[in-house]
Design a protein around this ligand. Structure first.
Ligand SMILES: *[C@@H]1O[C@H](CO)[C@@H](O)[C@H](O)[C@H]1NC(C)=O
Ligand SMILES: *[C@@H]1O[C@H](CO)[C@@H](O)[C@H](O)[C@H]1NC(C)=O
Ligand SMILES: *[C@@H]1O[C@H](CO)[C@@H](O)[C@H](O)[C@H]1NC(C)=O
Length: 425
């Protein structure tokens, strides 16, 4: 098909396609298998860690019993390698029977019974990235229907083994097909990552119309290098990416790797803080059965979660890259509040950084700041007060800042639990 014809076709379907079905007004939170458990299908030698219904049931149990669900972590998301290599006689995808003997519908019931939601993975193309059956254009409707029948709540739609023309047709068609099932499903599109992530190849207006979130860039790996590379790419391209985000439409810099092997405690603070600045999905990929208390405390920090989940849904930006290798990030929040993250890219020692709110574009007035990871409060700030912060190498200082006069009533909205609007301070 000629590109012109594709564009015309898209113009027609985009009139009827929309993912504005009320889901994901704040970024999704939950757990996903990929970064930690990859394509481990060896249930014989590695039964605890292989991709199987047991793994997802274990994680659902942990989300409920260890306090995650109450904080908003609600999606349990299957990634690649869940499928049988063959579709069934009716052409439907089916799970690999030895690893998912109960089937996906039963797993969905288990997850729903615990107040959680189930996500699943498919691939726009002839094969998934790991070589399982793909969703070619002619299979989009049947696969959407299958997921709806099973009770799936979220689809991650990858893009291996397809070309840009097929993707331009397939991603909007899947949006339409999910909608046509009548079941509310969140839709995560890997499309932009396959197009280099930037305009003019990527049309973020269109993506926002058809997807709830999208992967823009490379897969995260279990290392600080990988986290830094992602922060750099999103910040260097923030003029394109930041305006694309908003309630129901999110950039996705990929999973939280906190609790695995690659990050120090300071680096884990940095990932959590920057993901809150970026209004990123908080989708962990770690082993919730074996999480140390420091990782748990970071991932369960209510203030950083509330900042991430701020109802205005405005993505933040990098404000400054100083020559001394301190970077400053800012995100505006509801109720005249905002957050500042000071990230050190240094490798020597804690750095004493001098600044003021005026230097960071704050207006005259009196402010208070709550230090998100230490729990201390700084009072009596005005725009010109000299601020001196000690920032650890590859660590952050994260401030939640609000006008002083509003401190009596200051609350952070907490979206996921109707009753859990918690009083700040
Ligand atoms: C389908 O799309 C329409 C129009 O955006 C929306 O109102 C409706 O909620 C959607 N339904 C589902 C099941 O996604
Ligand atoms: C991007 O998509 C939107 C919505 O479909 C459309 O109105 C707009 O013309 C597209 N922009 C470009 C540059 O193609
Ligand atoms: C701002 O606060 C500093 C002390 O931090 C004080 O010396 C200064 O007078 C204040 N300025 C204004 C305009 O209130």
């Amino acid at each position: 098909m000629r590109p012109l014809a594709v564009t015309q076709f898209l113009g027609l379907i985009s009139l009827t396609v929309a993912m504005d079905n009320g889901l994901l007004k704040t970024p999704p939170m939950g757990w996903m298998a990929w970064e930690r458990f990859r394509c481990d299908v060896d249930c014989h030698d590695d039964p605890e860690n292989c991709i199987s219904e047991d793994l997802f049931r274990d994680m659902a149990d942990r989300l409920v019993e260890d306090g995650w669900r109450e904080l908003g972590y609600e999606y349990v998301i299957i990634d690649d390698c869940w499928m049988s290599k063959l579709r069934d006689e009716q052409g439907r995808l089916q799970p690999e029977p030895t690893r998912f003997p109960g089937g996906i519908a039963k797993l969905a019931r288990y997850i729903h019974d615990r107040g959680l939601k189930l996500g699943i993975y498919a691939d726009m193309g002839t094969l998934t990235c790991m070589g399982f059956p793909g969703t070619t254009l002619d299979k989009i409707e049947i696969d959407a229907q299958t997921f709806a029948t099973w009770g799936v709540d979220y689809l991650k739609f990858d893009g291996c083994y397809s070309n840009p023309v097929e993707q331009m047709l397939g991603y909007p068609l899947m949006s339409k097909a999910l909608n046509a099932t009548g079941r509310l499903m969140a839709y995560s599109c890997s499309w932009p990552a396959y197009l280099g992530g930037l305009p003019p190849e990527v049309n973020y207006t269109l993506l926002g119309d058809i997807c709830h979130l999208w992967r823009n860039y490379d897969d995260i790996q279990d290392s600080w290098d990988s986290v830094q590379g992602i922060i750099d790419w999103f910040s260097n391209n923030q003029d394109h990416l930041q305006p694309a985000a908003g309630p129901g439409r999110w950039n996705d810099p990929d999973m939280l790797i906190i609790g695995n092997f690659g990050l120090s405690v300071d680096q884990a603070h940095s990932q959590m803080a920057l993901w809150a600045i970026m209004a990123a999905p908080l989708i962990m990929s770690n082993d919730l059965r074996n999480l140390d208390n420091r990782a748990r405390a970071i991932l369960q920090n209510k203030v950083v979660i509330a900042i991430n989940q701020d109802p205005l849904g405005i993505q933040g930006r990098r404000l400054l890259q100083e020559r001394n290798r301190i970077e400053v990030y800012w995100r505006p929040l509801s109720q005249s509040a905002s957050t500042l993250v000071f990230l050190s890219r240094r490798t020597d020692m804690p750095y004493l950084y001098h600044t003021s709110l005026a230097k960071l574009n704050y207006e005259a007035g009196n402010y208070e700041a709550y230090d998100v990871f230490t729990g201390s409060t700084v009072t009596g700030l005005n725009a010109t007060t000299e601020i001196v912060l000690s920032i650890n190498p590859s660590g952050v200082v994260m401030w939640y800042i609000y006008p002083e006069q509003s401190k009596q009533t200051e609350t952070l909205h907490y979206q996921h639990k109707k009753t859990s609007r918690f009083t700040f301070l």
